[in-house]
Unconditional design. Sequence first.
Length: 257
Amino acid sequence: MSHDPGDNGGISSRSYGRDSTVIGRADTLFQVFIQRASFVTGWLFLVLAVVLTGYAVWNWPGGSRKQYVVFFAFLVLAFLAAVAHIGVRRPERGRAGGVGRGAGSARPRLPDLLLIASLVFSLISWWSFQNVVRNGEVATVIQVTGKQPLTGASGSVLTLTMPQPERADRRDRLRLTLEVGEDDPSAPACSHKTRVQLTAVTQGVSPRRSDLPARSTTDFALGDLTARSGTSFELRVRTVEGCTLRLLDWQAVLHNT
């Protein structure tokens, strides 16, 4: 009834060898899947950057270009990080360099860092664009009515009216830039001796009255815009006798505090 103890050992050795082969193959297939999934994810992030660009072009809110610097900078970084990830994480490279090598390492590798960077840059870019949409500067229309030239007489007045902006364009403040100059360019210059008095007709706007140079920029707090059809100002000039003036140019920008 004796038996060879080496027999059981041989069986166990062969059994463990088969198990190791199956586990090794499964691990290799899993790593190949991870490589290919990561490669596809890189392309998805590249498409995401392109989609963000298209969305921004389609929904461009306008305003000063400088307020979009952060959006463009991080959008380009997201695009470059996705392209770099695709370049270093080709499936062929994963097979050639040993798919399983370093699989157990806790340290992130360059392709993974590029993938994370592309996602983070895309999110920052998206946040920046949405912040400009909500809070950025928006040009608005100012309608001017009244008779010109302006002489400083009691009835010589212009009315400047800003229509109610669309809901998405509503802001807390109005930046108004005015240029008042001579009505007759060949006449002696007198605009440098002129002051512009700008008075808010609409209730809730501050300051109520501003005394400004002929060429000037001033800011108004608009208050609650929801119950208004528009916001109006009266413009008068105070100048020397015999001087006739004209409102030559005006620009208005809505912005938040």
